[in-house]
Write a protein that binds this ligand. Structure first.
Ligand SMILES: *[C@@H]1O[C@H](CO)[C@@H](O)[C@H](O)[C@H]1NC(C)=O
Ligand SMILES: *[C@@H]1O[C@H](CO)[C@@H](O)[C@H](O)[C@H]1NC(C)=O
Ligand SMILES: *[C@@H]1O[C@H](CO)[C@@H](O)[C@H](O)[C@H]1NC(C)=O
Length: 781
């Protein structure tokens, strides 16, 4: 610093001297900025539970009216990062364990952030993205099409998302500290296949030849390193659908990406970055997180049994402070001031990408489905994609999750390219229902085409090999659910203009022109670019197919790197954040659109939808590079007040005479010893999980005995090995049971264990009472 000062001489008096002094000051500031901190950014991460109602609510994704939540496989979380220049701009990225972002959720989160922080966080610099799990509660979107199978809007699903996203951003904000960010990339070959290869093949051969695979195999990872605490988290983007869990699964789950996040956070809590051993989840893939911190107090099996017999099942009893009683494993492990490690597995251009890597087969013949139509003897409902754990969907989820987790750990440990440069962003709202798009013709010259109001083609109703035969959308259908009966009368016949515009898509539902009882599909969509140095995120409100994603990334990269100002070099990284800020289904290429498979049929705004995106993103990228503002555009509507909800509330809960909530209905066998790898099942008298979501808590807990009478939490309902299943004997029964299954990880320590259940019951007058119960103790040998 002194050298720099000494080297500055201002020989002349004013006015030149003033200029000289001023320039010296600028130089000094620049210099101090580079030496004061080894990092250029402030970074902060956060994470919050968004699991939602684990009963009665339809799951979002497969549009299967019979897929109703009834328990938890994995909890869902909102994971956020904030990156800020110390004196400059900042960006926020939120990754949701949800099927997709929702316009209404985004609007309400931004409203809350503005109320809390003024103009610090707005729609401009906040991106909210979904991982595309098909195993999360639905009813949180605002457009009619996405609410049909959920019987309309579900307030509880919506609220838990808005609350959880806000809380995870608050955490990230409060964690903001000097730190650095590193980027790394690598190929992951065995976690994805193209599920519409016949549509992909319609893309030009010259374009296909540039790519080795018909899906993007690259994972791109950001590693966040706090100057003082070291690594605090990572976010990565990799394209594969959240459809390892099937359309008949009823347990809430983050699917393969949720599982990967759980594995990686647990891996870090246990290992930090000290070890390069990525076998953390053991050969059975079950996390070994806490086992090793518990001293192995008893090895003698007889002694353990003796000890276990002294703990009989404890009857249901009030749990007044549920949160602290239902103490979760992860919370218990967190060190005092240092925030927990946050690892997010984000979605990108997954439109035609399936995790069911074994291929699609007919359930009747076991033969591959028809290549062009994914049918079996002409029927689509028999053709199913198979995951690597087939026929066990949990196993498929674990394997695809674990493959992403291992690749992410590998990239994380080797990440060395540091992000450098400005933080910036651009955001605009575009009306996609009538956008003029200028196309460059092959022989030169240009042509102006238009997008169309949204519409869904017939192939949409056929679904995909990940979930065939989706909506029962048939004109004149008088079956369907009450919500469908309410809205179907407004089905509109498209006029010639719309038919021509959407050609060759045969229109099943003219959603863009259906406005009763409220909008069926979005027409205004947000698009956004976030920049952190040489790393650029493109927020797209839909599912881009593989080739669509490549075209968009290339177009933006070309604008950035050819700008001539040298800010973006060959190390420019462009990732697409799929299903972000709102949802508008698929984006296929013009050529894929001609084939009209599911992805083309679900490309809402006609054949030029992708070209429209490319044109508008080029404008954003140009503005970014030139430092110019962009027009805000007309914001989409807020339809909260118009929402209709037909899901019935919980009336009341009850137990049979002589039983309390939390009493064990089926205990572990007396004096039993379980081997690792086997399953312990306990059934409790319970109540509807909708009475209290136990957000940041747990419905199920495995505890291990330490010493003579201290029970330590080991696994909760966010662990892969623990399943909380809830059921009623009949639809209208006030009685219900919770079945808790623990598949004992091979990494568990021998010892005395018990299983506990937590819940909240509703009385006839509406009062909510928390309760807990416990199984008898048992031995794991
Ligand atoms: C991981 O586990 C597999 C199978 O148990 C073993 O073959 C491999 O060597 C292990 N890798 C490491 C890094 O320990
Ligand atoms: C798929 O369709 C294309 C174009 O119609 C045709 O050339 C091809 O033979 C079909 N493939 C199969 C396996 O049916
Ligand atoms: C369980 O163990 C206790 C104490 O050792 C014994 O009294 C009891 O009979 C055993 N029960 C069964 C079912 O084996």
């Amino acid at each position: 610093m002194m050298e720099l000062l000494a080297s500055i001489h201002c020989y002349f008096w004013s006015p030149s001297r003033t200029i000289c002094l001023w320039m010296s000051l600028v130089l000094l500031l620049q210099y101090s900025k580079t030496v004061v901190s080894k990092s250029d950014y402030l970074i902060g991460l956060g994470s919050y539970d968004i699991t939602g109602p684990a009963a009665d609510v339809n799951m979002m994704g497969y549009a299967n009216a019979e897929q109703i939540a009834s328990g938890i496989h994995l909890r869902l979380r909102a994971r956020s990062f904030i990156v800020a220049e110390p004196q400059g701009k900042r960006v926020v990225f939120v990754n949701l364990d949800a099927c997709m972002a929702s316009q209404l959720v985004t609007i309400k989160v931004i409203e809350r952030l503005k109320a809390r922080y003024g103009e610090l966080y707005t729609e401009q610099n906040v991106a909210i993205s979904g991982i595309h799990t098909h195993a999360g509660p639905g009813g949180y979107l605002q457009y009619v099409v996405y609410l049909v199978t959920s019987l309309g809007f579900v307030r509880q699903s919506f609220d838990v998302l808005v609350d959880g996203i806000e809380k995870s951003i608050i955490q990230a904000h409060e964690n903001l500290r000097p730190g650095s960010i590193f980027v790394n990339k690598g190929e992951l070959l065995d976690a994805s296949v193209n599920r519409s290869p016949s549509a992909y093949l319609n893309n030009p051969a010259s374009e296909r030849r540039k790519h080795k695979y018909d899906v993007d195999k690259e994972m791109t990872l950001l590693k966040f390193v706090d100057d003082q605490w070291g690594p605090v988290g990572s976010f990565n983007w990799f394209a594969t659908h959240g459809t390892s869990m099937s359309r008949t699964n009823s347990l809430i789950s983050g699917d393969n990406k949720g599982a990967a996040a759980r594995f990686m956070e647990d891996w870090f809590e246990k290992n930090g970055i000290k070890s390069s051993d990525t076998n953390e989840s053991g050969s059975d893939g079950l996390p070994r997180r806490v086992s090793n911190i518990i001293p192995n107090i008893h090895d003698d099996n007889n002694k353990l049994l003796e000890l276990a017999t002294s703990f009989r099942s404890s009857p249901g009893s009030p749990a007044t402070q549920t949160m602290s009683v239902a103490r979760r494993v992860r919370g218990a492990l967190k060190q005092a001031e240092k925030p927990g490690f946050v690892s997010a597995f984000c979605q990108t251009n997954c439109g035609d990408v399936s995790p069911n890597v074994l291929g699609a087969f007919c359930t009747d013949t076991d033969l591959p489905c028809d290549f062009n139509h994914s049918t079996c003897g002409g029927k689509n409902e028999l053709c199913y994609g198979r995951g690597p754990g087939y026929p066990d969907e949990f196993e498929s989820t674990r394997i695809i999750g674990e493959r992403q987790f291992r690749k992410a750990v590998d990239l994380f440990e080797k990440a060395s390219e540091q992000l450098k440069g400005e933080v910036d962003y651009r955001h605009t709202y575009i009306d996609f229902s009538q956008l003029e798009v200028t196309l460059t013709k092959v022989g030169g010259g240009s042509e102006v085409v238009k997008t169309c109001p949204a519409a869904m083609g017939f192939a949409f109703a056929a679904g995909t090999t990940d979930g065939p035969g989706a909506f029962d959308f048939q004109q004149g259908d008088d079956q369907g659910n009450p919500f469908w009966r309410l809205v179907r009368d407004v089905l509109k016949t498209p006029d010639k203009k719309q038919v021509d515009c959407q050609h060759p898509k045969p229109i099943l539902l003219d959603t863009g022109e259906m406005k009763q009882p409220y909008d069926w599909a979005p027409s205004v969509l947000p698009i956004q670019i976030l920049r952190i140095g040489q790393f650029v995120i493109l927020s797209v409100p839909g599912e881009f197919t593989t080739m669509s994603g490549r075209r968009l990334r290339n177009a933006v990269k070309t604008v950035l790197t050819r700008s001539g100002n040298g800010e973006f070099g060959s190390n420019t990284h462009v990732v697409i954040a799929g299903l972000t800020n709102t949802y508008s289904q698929y984006v296929a290429t013009l050529e894929e659109y001609q084939v009209q498979r599911y992805e083309g049929a679900s490309t809402l705004y006609g054949p030029h939808t992708l070209s429209a995106y490319i044109q508008e993103f080029q404008k954003l990228a140009t503005a970014l590079i030139k430092g110019q503002p962009v027009e805000a555009g007309m914001p989409p509507p807020d339809l909260l007040q118009k929402q209709i909800s037909l899901l019935t509330p919980v009336i009341m809960d009850s137990t049979p005479a002589g039983k309390n909530f939390g009493d064990v209905s089926s205990d572990v066998p007396a004096n039993s010893t379980f081997k690792r790898g086997s399953t312990v099942t306990v059934v409790f008298w319970s109540s509807c999980p909708r009475n209290d979501l136990l957000t940041e808590g747990t419905f199920a807990l495995v505890e291990m005995l330490q010493g003579k009478d201290t029970w330590t939490p080991m696994y909760d309902d966010d662990d892969f090995c623990l399943r909380f299943k809830w059921s009623r004997p009949s639809k209208l029964s006030p009685q219900s049971k919770a079945t808790i299954e623990w598949i004992i990880p091979s990494s568990s320590s021998p010892g005395v264990y018990r299983i506990r259940h937590f819940g909240a019951s509703k009385g006839l007058m509406g009062s909510i009472r928390h309760f807990t119960g416990s199984s008898s103790a048992f031995v794991v040998a």
